[in-house]
Ligand binder design. Structure first.
Ligand SMILES: NC(=O)c1ccc[n+]([C@@H]2O[C@H](COP(=O)([O-])OP(=O)(O)OC[C@H]3O[C@@H](n4cnc5c(N)ncnc54)[C@H](OP(=O)(O)O)[C@@H]3O)[C@@H](O)[C@H]2O)c1
Length: 278
């Protein structure tokens, strides 16, 4: 892949990729190892992670380390154990690719399912990130949030609701709105309130809105924080349908992760290496 001409990283630059045992996360981890960074593969299931690490090591540039640790982003104890291990093992990180994500298949829809979707895609990603921010290293660290065009602002059908969502200035406010969505599903009023019938799309909208908040918060520390959509990719999430390979989907995430510090961009939403108006 064609990347920044000024190679600012080396084998001591640590990149963490969540959900990297398969799919887009696996490809992102493989590409980062190929570029010579130390890559931390994380997997809910350690055995699945070991298989991925063996393949990523084959592709890794000489000197690049490929490490593995268990991580379930929706499990607070797992997140805490991971963060403690990372601090001990590498001292910190420069790149965080928040790739782990979940979507129910088919027509499954309900308040409990929305809660689970939010707990992984939004709350889990947020919790892990907030615990890793103090460990960010280097002059220009990066956070790449793998979001989705399924969560564009246009999925919200009420101007008032969209206004409140975009006016939110803290992740706690977004979390409270996630709870409103779930309560609306539970009592059947979500549609009337302007929420869409997509649990996944709503969770990703919150990820994108939170990305903008985090970018503003970390700008002074010179952290690049961006959201991206990989496109429709052939992975387990899409039941292997889709018009892109997982590697093609990972391309923009890796491009953002390795962008030159001179090209500082933050708070954007990207797809196919281009800024998307969302
Ligand atoms: N595929 C697409 O067309 C598409 C389009 C737009 C956005 N995305 C986004 O791209 C990202 C990667 O998806 P993918 O297509 O590669 O799907 P995938 O093949 O299903 O991979 C999802 C990854 O996330 C992990 N994961 C799920 N829940 C987790 C949790 N609680 N804690 C930690 N890891 C967890 C999975 O682990 P397990 O193996 O243990 O389940 C797996 O490693 C997701 O954020 C997804 O929403 C995908």
């Amino acid at each position: 892949m064609a990347l920044a001409t000024d190679k600012w990283w080396d084998a001591n630059t640590v990149a963490v990729v969540t959900g990297s045992n398969k799919g887009i996360g696996f490809e992102a981890a493989r590409m980062l190892a190929e570029q010579g960074l130390t890559v931390v593969v994380t997997s809910r299931d350690v055995e699945a992670g070991k298989t991925a690490v063996a393949k990523i090591k084959e592709a890794a540039a000489p000197g690049a380390r490929v490490l593995l640790h268990q991580l379930d982003i929706a499990n607070a104890a797992s997140v805490d154990a991971f963060v403690a291990w990372l601090k001990q093992e590498t001292g910190g990180l420069t790149v965080l690719v928040n790739n782990a994500g979940f979507a129910y298949k088919g027509n499954i829809f309900g308040a409990d399912e929305a809660q689970t979707t939010m707990a992984i895609n939004f709350a889990g990603t947020r919790n892990l990130t907030e615990k890793l921010v103090p460990l960010l290293q280097g002059p220009c660290p990066r956070i790449v949030n793998v979001s989705s065009r399924a969560g564009l602002r246009s999925i919200i059908k009420s101007k008032e609701l969209l206004g409140r969502l975009t006016a939110a200035t803290s992740p706690d406010q977004l979390a409270a709105m996630a709870d409103e969505f779930i309560a609306g599903i539970r009592d059947g009023t979500y549609g009337k309130q302007g929420w869409p019938g997509s649990m996944y799309g709503t969770s990703k909208l919150l990820v994108s809105l939170w990305t903008a908040q985090l970018a503003a918060q970390l700008k002074e520390r010179h952290v690049m924080v961006n959201a991206m959509c990989p496109g429709w990719c052939r992975t387990d999430m899409s039941s292997q349908s889709g018009n892109k390979s997982a590697a093609e989907g990972a391309d923009t995430a890796v491009w953002l992760a390795l962008r030159s510090p001179q090209d500082f961009v933050t708070g954007g939403f990207w797809g196919e290496r281009s800024n998307i108006s969302w």
